[in-house]
Write a protein that binds this ligand. Structure first.
Ligand code: ARG
Length: 444
């Protein structure tokens, strides 16, 4: 059951990594694939083959076209994502043969270079081509091996491929992103040392059944960053702010036709408010509104001066302007809201409903000035889909397997699950999701 009444019509059950692939779900997916893509050929022979394969092995292997379609539809069904208009153009990189941590890391670096437009890929082989890309950011997913029922699987512990470390000093204040203090501490215990600055890119923690968890430092070429300035205020540069160009979620499980891909990092591009109204603004993140307000000379002694709101607008102007200046793709929340309604419209004309979570779709700034505010949405849990499992969430937050199990439905998790890691189970106590969902955990 979801912790939020009415949030979903059909709460999703927990993933059981021991369970054999569900035949009914496989059939439903294959039916969907063949009905949306008639060029895939007749459904019946494929159904028969999949039935046999599941009976013999407990699961089945997707064809390349099924994998591509499934991943794209999982994005189409991501009810917390406002940016779904381009779902059908996501670049799907089939990495099902990459099993070692070194391979997964190398493919992840390639992913980031392609996603940020710094590189090109041969579409059929997934091999990176020589020469530069066109500089255009591109929604991309890399799909590593499916979880085989009952067997351990590889995963990336980080919740995003690129994130900044957080360091708590003796006085109790934090340098960097407070959200990653625990994660940073945990990997420091594994030997990682950061510079101790405000924007240190965290290494990737890649776990494979053979090698356990290993840390990998991302090369500079894989991490595009944008320095944040302001079109009107010179002093903005002095704040020394920056943000990474690519938001790439790396701890959600891609679920296609009963087959689960626990390691399938994907990215879109940023909507400015994710950075300007959440990452840099939230009190438990970079908490910059008081700083910006004081530089603006606003009266911070009275709420009714609306200093927070005024600082927030300037911070968001700064983010959008800086990305545009740097030639890095970004969009504002007004444009993205209109695109989303266009998407719903288009989907409707194709005979499909668009599931959406109002509390995540409405931007964290100027909500009612965007058209997405003034309506409600279907809350169905449609598959294929991306899910955030409790153990994956815990690893992404704490960097530890032995941390206390998460206590129930935490903000951002679409589902209350009971079963966690392979070989470990915990029953979380119910807890209400906070009224303000954490957009920083949003799916692309
Ligand atoms: N909100 C997250 C962040 O600030 C990113 C979530 C995905 N966003 C996206 N535009 N694809 O890093």
């Amino acid at each position: 059951m979801s912790g939020v009444p009415g949030y979903r019509n059909n709460p999703t059950e927990a993933w059981d990594p021991e369970a054999a692939t569900d035949l009914a779900e496989a059939e439903e997916f294959l039916w969907l694939f063949h009905s949306e893509q008639p060029s895939a050929g007749p459904l019946q022979p494929r159904l028969a083959a999949v039935r046999d394969e599941i009976a013999a092995t407990g699961t089945y292997t997707h064809t390349g076209p099924e994998l591509q379609f499934g991943a794209r539809v999982a994005w189409r069904n991501a009810s917390r994502c406002i940016g779904r208009l381009y779902w059908n153009s996501m670049l799907v990189l089939d990495r099902r043969n990459s099993t070692t941590a070194d391979q997964i890391f190398a493919d992840t670096v390639t992913h980031l270079r392609i996603a940020s437009g710094g590189s090109r890929v041969d579409m059929s082989s997934g091999v990176e081509l020589p020469g530069a890309g066109n500089g255009q950011m591109r929604p991309t997913i890399s799909i590593f091996p499916a979880a085989v029922p009952g067997r351990p699987y590889a995963r990336i512990w980080n919740d995003q491929l690129i994130r900044y470390a957080g360091y708590r000093n003796v006085a109790g204040s934090v340098v960097g992103d407070p959200r990653y203090v625990e994660f940073t501490q945990a990997i420091a215990e594994r030997g990682w040392g950061g510079k101790g600055e405000a924007f240190d890119v965290l290494p990737l923690a890649i776990e494979t059944p053979q090698e356990g968890v290993r840390l990998f430092e991302l090369p500079d070429a894989a991490v595009v960053e944008v320095p944040i300035g302001h079109p009107d205020f010179r002093w903005f540069d002095e704040l020394g702010l920056r943000w990474h160009a690519v938001p790439a979620i790396s701890n959600m499980r891609l679920s296609i036709g009963g087959v689960n891909y626990p390691c399938a990092p994907f990215n879109g591009w940023y909507m400015g408010a994710e950075i300007g109204a959440r990452n840099l603004a939230d009190e438990d993140r970079y908490n910059l509104l008081p700083v910006v307000a004081s530089r603006l000379g606003l009266d911070t002694t009275r709420e009714s001066s609306l200093w927070r709101d005024r600082a927030l607008v300037e911070l968001n102007v700064a983010v959008l302007w800086s990305f545009e200046r740097a030639g890095v793709r970004i969009s504002d929340h007004h444009t993205e809201s209109r695109r989303f309604l266009k998407h719903i419209d288009k989907e409707q004309r194709a005979g499909r409903t668009t599931p959406a979570d109002w509390s995540w779709i409405v931007p964290p700034i100027s909500g009612a000035t965007t058209p997405v505010f003034h309506r409600y949405y279907s809350e169905d849990d449609q598959r294929p889909a991306f899910y955030l499992d409790p153990i994956a969430r815990q690893l992404g937050q704490t960097g530890r397997l032995d941390a206390p199990a998460p206590t129930g439905v935490i903000s951002g998790c679409p589902v209350a699950h009971d079963v966690t890691a392979i070989g470990r189970a915990s029953v979380p106590a119910p807890r209400l999701r906070p009224a303000v969902p954490s957009m920083s955990e949003q799916a692309a």
